[in-house]
Design a protein around this ligand. Structure first.
Ligand SMILES: Cc1cc2nc3c(=O)[nH]c(=O)nc-3n(C[C@H](O)[C@H](O)[C@H](O)COP(=O)(O)OP(=O)(O)OC[C@H]3O[C@@H](n4cnc5c(N)ncnc54)[C@H](O)[C@@H]3O)c2cc1C
Ligand code: SF4
Ligand code: SF4
Ligand code: SF4
Length: 388
């Protein structure tokens, strides 16, 4: 088994000998095989998405791009970037195009995993983005008992579900909805951050409610089993954790948008509107298949979406660091990012922490420059409007 792993849970659930255990160490996710139990059937090798994620995405797969958010404030409140994924799932359930969906949920320790829901009523309890590792495909085998299933996941999860559908000959059964992703973060990073900010340790097993990016303030909101609420800004989490606690395998990942999915959704940071000093949630959506384009069309009729005809250029503009990291994939920057992961052990020392943050800032500036280079190249090609 490949040593690299992003902890998706696919091999664990597919192993007919229950020989696989997924865990997390200082490098991020890992998977171990009990050799006594394993019969070398090689299913786990065939379905693992770790090699797929090393192949760069092709922006010419994009059919249409739109920017916008839900009109329903109750949806926006619990959602990550304006509730497009949630609205899409509600529409698919209500029109009986699906009878189940795989979405993310949490356990009492704030571990994230892929949960199966069967009705539109369950969608909003599973909205928002959990920014640490998810065993998103752990329940994938239950897909068999449904007629049509929407699977929500990061680009690596989408690659995993493609492998699964191929192996089990269920290609027609799944609608794929991807979330953009620049980098994955470990559970350990999240745990440390949240404890430092709020005093609450998720490993005590008392998490009753967990919403990420709650309300306009975009808070990580956790309630314990006796109703105490612990909150802190989600942006602070990314600011203080990103790349220090990256899953090591994520540094080899070339998938940013999830263009293998029918439709993929991310943050439209380049187009957010500020109201009373708070940036409004706003999503960017890319339709990549004919079916994805039909879904986007319906969303546009029902939601506050503006179709932008700048295509891939709009996608590039929305991802300041991700494009540099994953499309240009400069080896020196990647090595630098791997280095600051190791230096994080000295972050307890205030001076070392400042130095480490400085190095990270410099590496991110270089990624932003690489993104800009890529944009300028495409701009010349597409004759894009000013301001992008
Ligand atoms: C780890 C991670 C990294 C991301 N990185 C970026 C980025 O770099 N740039 C960017 O533009 N956008 C990124 N996103 C996507 C962004 O945060 C939103 O998920 C996306 O814009 C959809 O917003 P929405 O309001 O339409 O979704 P919502 O309506 O809030 O629905 C979100 C859906 O995602 C599912 N979900 C939540 N967490 C996970 C998870 N860990 N794994 C799988 N499914 C999950 C939920 O169950 C829900 O169905 C990332 C998301 C995650 C989870
Ligand atoms: S990436 Fe997924 S399928 Fe591959 S080893 Fe890790 S948990 Fe298993
Ligand atoms: S080779 Fe087969 S039996 Fe062995 S761990 Fe992988 S899936 Fe399980
Ligand atoms: S960077 Fe994101 S999409 Fe890529 S492997 Fe990591 S979590 Fe998955």
């Amino acid at each position: 088994m490949d040593k690299e792993c992003i902890g998706c849970g696919l091999c664990e659930t597919m192993c007919h000998k229950q020989a696989i255990t997924i865990g997390e160490n200082r490098n991020g996710s890992f998977c171990t095989i009990d050799k006594e139990l394993c019969d070398n059937c090689s299913v786990c090798k065939k379905i693992c998405p770790i090699e797929n994620i090393k192949i760069q995405e092709n922006l010419s797969d994009v059919q249409h791009v739109a920017v916008g958010r839900s009109r329903d404030e109750n949806v926006v409140k619990v959602s990550a970037s304006g509730g497009i994924v949630s609205e899409l799932l509600i529409y698919l359930f209500n029109t009986e195009q699906i009878d189940a969906a795989i979405v993310a949920h949490f356990d009492e320790y704030a571990n994230i995993y892929g949960d199966i829901i069967e009705s539109a009523n369950d969608v909003l309890r599973h909205s928002g983005s959990y920014y640490h590792t998810s065993k998103q495909l752990i329940n994938v085998n239950k897909v068999r008992k449904y007629k049509k299933v929407a699977v929500v996941g990061l680009p690596c999860h989408i690659e995993g579900i493609i492998n699964y559908c191929h192996l089990t000959r269920q290609e027609e059964k799944v609608i794929k909805i991807a979330l953009f992703c620049t980098v994955g973060r470990t559970y350990e990073g999240f745990r440390k951050f949240f404890k430092k900010q709020t005093g609450f340790d998720v490993t005590n097993g008392k998490v009753k409610k967990y919403i990420s990016r709650y309300s306009d303030k975009k808070l990580i909101h956790i309630e314990d089993d006796v109703g105490n609420v612990y909150e802190c800004p989600d942006e602070l989490y990314k600011f203080s954790m990103d790349f220090f606690y990256a899953n090591k395998s994520c540094l080899n990942c070339r998938k940013l948008y999830g263009l293998s999915a029918d439709i993929c959704i991310g943050d439209a940071w380049h187009r957010v509107i500020e109201k009373n000093g708070i940036k409004e949630k706003m999503a960017i959506i890319s339709a990549n298949t004919t079916y994805g384009s039909q879904l986007l069309d319906i969303l546009q009729k029902n939601l506050s979406l503006e179709l932008v005809d700048n295509g891939p250029l709009e996608l590039i503009s929305s991802q300041k660091y991700g494009v540099g990291l994953k499309q240009l994939h400069n080896e020196r920057i990647i090595r630098g990012l791997a280095c600051i992961r190791m230096l994080r052990y000295f972050n307890e020392n205030a001076l070392m922490h400042r130095v480490n943050c400085r190095i990270r800032g410099e590496l991110l500036n270089r990624l932003a420059l690489d993104t800009e280079k890529r944009k300028q190249k495409l701009k010349a090609k597409w004759n894009a409007p000013e301001g992008l």
